[in-house]
Design a binder for this molecule. Structure first.
Ligand SMILES: Cc1cc2nc3c(=O)[nH]c(=O)nc-3n(C[C@H](O)[C@H](O)[C@H](O)COP(=O)(O)OP(=O)(O)OC[C@H]3O[C@@H](n4cnc5c(N)ncnc54)[C@H](O)[C@@H]3O)c2cc1C
Length: 303
């Protein structure tokens, strides 16, 4: 067990790395832990970010790398470790990670969110063998092939647009009769020659032998495809703190713009907290606001 830190930052994506920059500037004694040097950030899953101020368009992987390098250049202490459990003991926190344990007076919890499963027959069986959740990571394997994208939000449309540059044909299967995604992106999808959309349809089963060969829709239609990308939403990665903090029904940590949670000293930043807009820019804002909350909390404890 390490000495008592002022702050432990769990997660090094947009929120965590911004928190690290602000924590360095505030002179806090802290450590940031991330499973994979921030490359597990959802930002790395998108090839084109075109709504982050200051960049007309930037590759997601390049952007998170810049965030990481910025924090590193300031000397932010960062370790590769997976946070498994955070417990509160008196006024401080015990943080259990895969490789180490830490104690801290405050925690900024910002582990983001991860893809949701569709829950159809064949999904688990073909996962990694034709069923994927990250178009940017796996799209390369479907060059000149036919793929299906399941979903109707921004992630599904972004994935379909990305895959349209690699694949012969991209079919989006959406269970509603219109998209939830931004209008601009939807229009781009509709204008793209090698894409098509099947509205008001749901997958019943993914079929194949060693790899995916087709999907069956609930209305009985069979669509041949070499791959299926599932983009039906995300779930918060709040597991490590769910025993000590209030969450909503979906598991998002309840916190406002100040990132204060129901547990004194524990701040939730980025996609893992309840909020209206889950984006890079709002996660960065949370990173900054949460450090402001941490310094005020530490001062209140000293006085
Ligand atoms: C496909 C896709 C496209 C997107 N496109 C855009 C876009 O164009 N513009 C935009 O603004 N937003 C976009 N977003 C949303 C944006 O990526 C998120 O809102 C933003 O990354 C949230 O930041 P965060 O810090 O909360 O989470 P993340 O950036 O996901 O960071 C969470 C970090 O926590 C780490 N972590 C997770 N669990 C643990 C653990 N137990 N222990 C230690 N570390 C852990 C992860 O490795 C990761 O580095 C997109 C998201 C996706 C999935």
């Amino acid at each position: 067990m390490n000495d008592m830190l002022d702050l432990f930052i769990a997660g090094g994506g947009a929120a965590g790395l911004t928190a690290a920059v602000y924590a360095m500037r505030s002179g806090l004694d802290f450590i940031l832990a991330d499973i994979s040097s921030s490359m597990g950030s959802q930002i790395a899953l998108t090839d084109e970010v075109d709504n982050y101020t200051g960049f007309d368009s930037v590759n997601g992987f390049e952007l998170i790398k810049k965030f990481y390098e910025h924090a590193k250049s300031l000397g932010a202490p960062m370790v590769n470790d997976e946070v498994s459990l955070i417990e509160k003991e008196n006024k401080s926190f015990n943080i259990k990670c895969a490789n180490n344990e830490y104690r801290a007076k405050t925690v900024i919890y910002c582990a983001g969110a991860t893809h949701r499963e569709l829950g159809v027959k064949g999904e688990k069986e073909f996962s990694g063998h034709g069923v994927g959740y990250c178009a940017v990571c796996d799209g390369f394997f479907y060059r000149n092939k036919t793929v299906i994208v399941v979903g109707g939000g921004n992630t599904a449309v972004t994935d379909a647009l990305y895959l349209s540059k690699i694949c012969k044909r991209v079919i989006v299967v959406h269970r509603r009769d219109k998209f939830r995604a931004d209008k601009g992106r939807v229009q781009k999808l509709i204008n793209t020659e090698n894409t098509e959309v099947i509205y008001s349809a749901e997958l019943d089963e993914i079929i194949g032998d060693k790899t995916v060969k087709a999907v069956l829709l609930k209305d009985g239609r069979k669509i041949d495809a070499d791959g299926v990308f599932i983009a039906v939403g995300v779930s918060p990665r709040s597991g490590a703190v769910k025993n000590i903090v209030k969450t909503d029904e979906a598991g998002y940590i309840i916190a406002g713009e100040d990132c204060q949670t129901s547990t004194a000293g524990l701040f939730a930043a980025g996609d893992v907290r309840t909020k209206a807009l889950r984006q890079i820019i709002t996660a960065c804002a949370d990173g900054a606001n949460s450090v402001c909350g941490v310094t005020a909390y530490l001062e209140s404890q000293d006085s």
